[in-house]
Design a protein around this ligand. Structure first.
Ligand SMILES: [Zn+2]
Length: 320
């Protein structure tokens, strides 16, 4: 992900507004099997942290790497044990460093049968699994973005304890979020997995109501930002959830647009999104070798996990 310049912000917002020709779906609480309040309490930051540590032990996870393959197998093993079915969505993309094979991992809770992948549940919870590729240094990408991956695995466990709630969610682990060259440039380098996913989503019989994207969520020393491109109703629900969980000191509204995996979901699938991202400008180790395990904490992961579940709880509370 990259913070866009002022010119970039204007260009990006203009681009997004030009793309949004269709009317965005209204985003209101849905009368479906709710994510119960107890689910929020069930989230364990320590369990999420343990997943991040396990992923870190596989080494760097750039596209096509051994570390990425081992990470995919790790996710599949844990998700299958919880009753989730997974699907590897592989594709080849042209990149500035040549053609690369990418693999997104999709997961749906469906213990007894194969899920209908042509239909969408109401919510997507997503984040990128790949770490930034460097030919000449060891970059583990613990916070960027092992952190979101660990949170998503723990969300999978909590939702599977509340089975009806789990049916509402598709988990998506994106490959190729990171640019192959230094900086991400929309439609040129980076966001490969989310772009392909959004394009595939358009071919389904139904679209989700909300796509949540989390990134860089493990550092307790920086704010968690609510991305400015998020749907207004999603921002409002997030701010309400922040108050409920007393996270006012830890979560802020981002001052401007931040290019990340939510942008392809908006541009190519016209999806209302919620973007939650750690304030990476305050992370001196961002995209450096110092992005290691001691930069993140179970508490910060727990804040993000509980916040995400609280938001889902609010969006699924049955109407009176
Ligand atoms: Zn990154």
């Amino acid at each position: 992900m990259i913070k866009t310049t002022i010119t970039g912000i204007i260009a990006l917002l203009f681009f997004i507004s030009c793309q949004k020709k269709e009317e965005a779906k209204p985003l209101e609480p849905l009368s479906i099997a709710p994510v119960p309040a107890v689910a929020v309490e069930q989230f364990s930051g320590q369990r999420a942290f343990d997943h991040v540590k396990a992923l870190t032990d596989f080494g760097p996870r750039p596209p096509e790497s051994e570390g990425y393959q081992k990470s995919l197998s790790y996710l599949e093993k844990h998700l299958h044990a919880l009753g989730w079915k997974t699907r590897r969505s592989s594709f080849k993309s042209t990149t500035p460093v040549g053609a690369i094979n990418f693999t997104n991992l999709l997961a749906r809770y469906s213990p007894d049968r194969d899920p209908d992948w042509r239909a969408s549940p109401p919510f997507i919870v997503s984040g990128h699994l790949d770490s930034k590729r460097y030919p000449d240094k060891v970059f583990l990408g613990v916070n960027d973005s092992g952190s979101s991956t660990g949170v998503m695995l723990e969300i999978a466990r909590v939702l599977s304890e509340n089975k009806g709630a789990a049916l509402n969610v598709e988990l998506v682990f994106f490959d190729g979020e990171e640019a192959l060259l230094e900086d991400m440039v929309f439609k040129k380098d980076g966001l490969y997995g989310s772009t392909n996913y959004a394009q595939q989503l358009r071919k389904r019989n139904s679209l989700p109501s909300l796509g949540i994207v989390i990134d860089l969520v493990g550092d307790p020393k920086v704010d968690l930002l609510i991305g400015a491109d998020s749907h207004p109703a999603a921002i409002a629900q997030t701010q309400k959830a922040v108050k409920t969980l007393k996270l006012d000191d830890a979560v802020k509204l981002a001052p401007g647009s931040i290019l990340d995996d939510h942008v392809p979901l908006i541009v190519f699938a016209n999806l209302p999104v919620l973007h939650l991202i750690g304030d990476f400008e305050k992370m001196p180790y961002w995209h450096k070798e110092g992005d290691t395990l001691e930069k993140i904490s179970p508490d910060a992961l727990e804040n993000t996990g509980k916040l995400t579940l609280q938001i889902l709880h609010q969006f699924t509370r049955p109407k009176n």
